[in-house]
Design a binder for this molecule. Structure first.
Ligand code: NAD
Length: 297
């Protein structure tokens, strides 16, 4: 068998187009653009790239982008004051504080200061709680993107065996919750799981969110499994090359011999994250304006 390649890049492009069209409609009916504020503290190179990409994508989706770049010695009080200002700003529908923050700033207390109704990253404990009890809130972008790819591929997930590898608050745990809400039978595996390979072999759906290059080989997979690879890992550079290749947590080529469908890295889950961030922002804008968000967002 050769697995179908799940094209996250194309799916994300379609989602961004839909968001852009609905965002234009939002502006017409409400008289202002939906807005996303992104806060970056410090000079972390990867974070600068992410923030730049988010700003560009926001503008391309007909929404307003507010970037706040603060020096690395910004105090907790100053950052809190900015978050409070953004909480009270009616032109801002979504607030994202780019992580990681410099060591002297406590991420949990900064996230707790964001209004849950503007927490488009879905990291606030109120939104984690809402997800866990089945209330409407905001769901972290990466797992929600994975879920969109899964339902697009498989339709109804009822009764399917799903194994999520990784238990982080931003990927593994919310992913498991979403799968449970979709009536899958869910196992969360992690670094202390015994005989991980045989746990994964039970799965109709495997979501790998570990951060270990090509850990999951074909022997770990059940025939026909749907594999969502969240991992982003850089291999050491080959001789003469400056940068190593980007790979996922799954050994893509060999896993493709067994899986029914699989996301590549890059071009799978990665592009979904920003597209879902734009989607969450536009949903927040509708809610903040007292409107129902379009059902196909
Ligand atoms: P994390 O480091 O917070 O969590 C990793 C998890 O993997 C932990 O829960 C740990 O228990 C588990 N783990 C570690 N070693 C293991 C092992 N040997 N066997 C089984 N489980 C093991 O990471 P995270 O933030 O959840 O991210 C996971 C991966 O996903 C990383 O590669 C990250 O770069 C990537 N990621 C991608 C996106 C995206 O947009 N595509 C977004 C977020 C994270």
């Amino acid at each position: 068998m050769t697995a179908t390649r799940i094209d996250g890049k194309a799916f994300a492009a379609r989602l961004r187009e839909r968001v852009g069209a609905y965002a234009a409609g939002f502006e017409k009916s409400v008289g202002r653009k939906a807005g996303l504020a992104v806060v970056l503290v410090g000079e972390d190179a990867a974070s600068q790239v992410y923030v730049g990409a988010k700003g560009k994508a926001t503008l391309a989706a007909n929404m307003a982008s507010f970037e706040h770049r603060l020096p690395s010695d910004t105090t907790s009080e100053a950052l809190m004051a900015l978050v409070e200002q953004l909480n009270n700003d009616d032109s801002v529908d979504g607030i994202l504080v780019q992580l990681p923050l410099p060591d002297h700033l406590d991420e949990q207390s900064i996230i707790a200061a964001i209004s849950p109704d503007k927490d488009v990253d879905g990291f606030h404990v109120i939104n984690a709680g809402r997800l866990s009890v089945g209330q409407t809130g905001f769901v972290p972008c990466t797992p929600l993107g994975c879920m969109m790819l899964l339902t697009d591929r498989l339709g109804d997930l009822s009764g399917l065996e799903a194994v999520v590898i990784g238990r982080s608050n931003i990927v593994g745990k919310p992913m498991a919750q979403l799968l449970l809400d979709a009536n899958a039978t869910v196992t969360i595996a992690h670094s202390r799981t015994n005989d991980l390979a045989s746990v994964v072999r039970r799965a109709d759906i495997v979501v790998a969110a570990v951060g270990r290059p090509q850990m999951i080989g074909k022997d770990w997979l059940k025939d026909g499994a749907t594999v969502i690879d969240v991992g982003i890992n850089r291999l050491p550079p080959e001789p003469g090359k400056e940068k190593g290749k980007l790979v996922g947590d799954v050994a893509f080529d060999e896993a493709s011999e067994v899986a029914g469908a699989i996301t590549p890295v890059p071009g799978g889950v990665g592009p979904m994250t920003i597209a879902v961030l734009l989607r969450n922002t536009l949903v927040a804008a509708h809610r903040n304006a007292g409107l129902e968000a379009p059902a196909d967002l």
